[in-house]
Design a protein around this ligand. Structure first.
Ligand code: HEC
Length: 147
C-alpha cells in the first residue's frame, strides 16, 4: 500500500516537473530558439525586395531616408521587446505610404527575413502570423548564456 503511494508520488512529481520546465522553456522563448523557417525567410526576402528595400536597402542596411533594419543600432532598439512588437511595427506603420496594406502572412514572412538578416537562427517551423502569439517570443540582441 505504502509502496503504491510512493510510486504514485514519484510519477506525479515527474509529471509536474516536466510540465513546469516545458512551461518555463515556452515563457523564455526568444529569437535565438529558431522561431522562423528558412523557406519563410526566403518568401519574406522576395516581399522585402518589393515593399521595403526601396527605402531600407536590399538587406535592410539602411538607405538615404530610412534607418537600417539590421545591425547594432536596430538590435539595441528592439532588445527586450518582442517579435510581436516588431511584427506590429511592420504591419501598422510600414511600408510608408501603404501602411497596413500587407496581410498577416506577408508581414510574418518579412519579419522572418528581418530575423535572418540579423543573424538569428532558423528553425523547423514557420513563425505565426498573429501578433498575439509573437508577443511571447522575446527579441534579445545578445544570445542568452543557457542557449
Ligand atoms: C517609402 C519609404 C519606406 C518604405 C517603403 C518602408 N519603410 Fe520602414 N521606415 C521608413 C522611414 C522613413 C522610417 C523611420 C521613420 C519611422 O520610424 O516611421 C522607417 C522605419 C521603419 C522601422 C523602425 C526601425 C526602428 O529602428 O525602430 C521598421 C521596423 C521598418 N521601417 C520596417 C519596414 C518594413 C518591414 C518595410 C516593408 C514592408 C518598410 N519599412 C518599408 C521608410 C520606409
Amino acid at each position: 500500500m505504502n509502496r503504491r503511494i510512493a510510486v504514485f508520488a514519484v510519477i506525479a512529481l515527474g509529471v509536474i516537473g516536466t510540465s513546469y520546465s516545458a512551461l518555463r522553456a515556452q515563457a523564455e522563448r526568444s529569437v535565438w530558439d529558431g522561431v522562423y523557417s528558412e523557406a519563410q525567410a526566403t518568401r519574406g526576402s522576395t516581399l522585402f525586395d518589393k515593399e521595403c528595400a526601396g527605402c531600407h536597402g536590399p538587406d535592410g542596411e539602411g538607405g538615404g531616408m530610412a534607418p537600417a533594419l539590421s545591425g547594432a543600432a536596430f538590435n539595441a532598439n528592439y532588445d527586450g521587446q518582442s517579435v510581436g512588437d516588431l511584427f506590429d511595427r511592420n504591419r501598422t506603420t510600414m511600408p510608408v505610404g501603404k501602411e497596413g496594406q500587407l496581410n498577416g502572412q506577408q508581414v510574418a514572412d518579412i519579419t522572418a527575413f528581418m530575423l535572418q538578416v540579423n543573424k538569428f537562427p532558423a528553425g523547423p517551423s514557420e513563425m505565426a502570423s498573429q501578433a498575439m502569439m509573437l508577443k511571447q517570443i522575446k527579441y534579445l540582441a545578445q544570445k542568452p548564456a543557457d542557449r
